[in-house]
Write a protein that binds this ligand. Structure first.
Ligand code: AMP
Ligand code: TRP
Length: 344
């Protein structure tokens, strides 16, 4: 006989996500993450942080880390996150994340972490030279999420495995400490246009801040000329756009540009094909460039505006951290009691 499922979590629904300050943000981050954050803040209590502790799992120049942390905060604000709605803060400012991460390091199993594909990709051929932090990275991520008992986490497709591990940690903690329904089984929100934006130079590689070619991505700080020129130079094939969606199946570069257009315009791929099917890239690329410039150039402008006043950014981050801590601290207190740490 199978066991009945344990009682479900019944607490409030909360949204949480974060981005690492380890390089300039690009169109993939914007469409796959930031735009979703700004939309979700109107639907549920929302916590959005800058993952500075995750960033140092690989070497970061300290002065640059501080600068990039404020840049991510500026990008959040420029993308429409409202500090009166969402709590916006640096991960390292809420110490409860690492305190819970230690307990979770003792809940998660080596076998679970051994399966993480991102570690395999990031550690490369010399895994013995990677930091231990890079290996336990997904455990800290589980703590980021569960310290707020977050129920919904908007992220790009590449984070799906880390969200599965988060659910495994929650279920094992609830089970081991006889606390059914204590932590929620968090859902990844990966759907929607923009979940996987590909490189402009190679339709089979993800758009990424670590790609050595700057032509592969549109950075949020690119000006109108740079945006238009990167789209003009984007790799394509010589065929016109197909009349139906099926015709995109074997054409990754064309599919990517159609997807970018759709995400920026708030349309479906099918609607974009209905409009541009049969037309060549000589027509489609300028239309895409106009749209991208109209949508993205103002975001870059606003970012620069926020960055001109770093003290205001810090004030927003501090207020966000205070709000976040007010939610996280009681959760960690409860965990301490459940684990058996005495309080003095
Ligand atoms: P990262 O740049 O890897 O720190 O990712 C920050 C956020 O952006 C995460 O939610 C990622 O899943 C998302 N993201 C990163 N690259 C892409 C991409 N090429 N397409 C869509 N989402 C992305
Ligand atoms: N690992 C995520 C990334 O690289 C960043 C991140 C850290 C995160 N902690 C998180 C995302 C918690 C969502 C929830 O994009």
């Amino acid at each position: 006989m199978s066991q009945p499922p344990p009682p479900a979590y019944t607490g409030p629904e909360r949204v949480l996500s974060g981005v690492q300050p380890s390089g300039a943000l690009h169109l993939g981050n914007y469409l796959g993450a930031l735009v979703k954050f700004a939309r979700l803040q109107h639907e549920r209590e929302t916590f959005i942080f800058v993952a500075d502790q995750h960033a140092i799992t690989v070497w970061q120049d300290p002065a640059l880390l501080a600068q990039q942390t404020r840049e991510i905060a500026a990008a959040y604000l420029a993308a429409g996150l409202d500090p009166a709605k969402a709590a916006i803060f640096p991960q390292s400012a809420v110490r409860e994340h690492v305190e819970l991460a230690w307990v979770f390091n003792c809940v998660a199993r080596l076998g679970w972490l051994d399966r993480m594909t991102q570690f395999k990709e990031k550690s490369g051929k010399h895994k013995e030279r990677s930091s231990v932090g890079l290996y336990t990275y997904p455990v800290l991520q589980a703590a980021d999420i569960l310290v707020y008992k977050a129920t919904h986490v908007p992220v790009g497709e590449d984070q799906r495995q880390h969200l599965e591990l988060t659910r495994d940690v929650a279920a094992k903690f609830n089970h081991d400490y006889d606390a059914p329904g204590f932590f929620p089984l968090t859902e990844a929100l990966t759907q929607g246009p923009g979940a996987r934006i590909m490189s402009l130079r190679d339709g089979s590689a993800k758009m990424s801040k670590s790609d050595p070619s700057d032509l592969s991505r549109i950075n949020l700080t690119d000006d109108a000329d740079a945006i238009a020129s990167k789209i003009r130079k984007a790799k394509t094939d010589p065929e016109p756009l197909p009349e139906g969606l099926d015709g995109l199946a074997e054409r990754p570069e064309a599919k990517n540009l159609v997807g970018i257009y759709a995400a920026l315009a708030g349309k479906t791929d099918a609607e974009v094909i209905a409009e541009f099917g049969g037309k060549g890239f000589g027509t489609f690329k300028p239309a895409l460039a106009d749209l991208a410039v109209a949508q993205l150039a103002p975001v870059g402008e606003r970012m620069r505006g926020y960055l001109a006043d770093p003290r205001e950014i810090d004030r927003i981050l501090k207020a966000g951290a205070d709000r976040a801590r007010a939610v996280a601290a009681p959760v960690v207190d409860e965990v301490r009691r459940k684990v058996g740490f005495i309080s003095l």
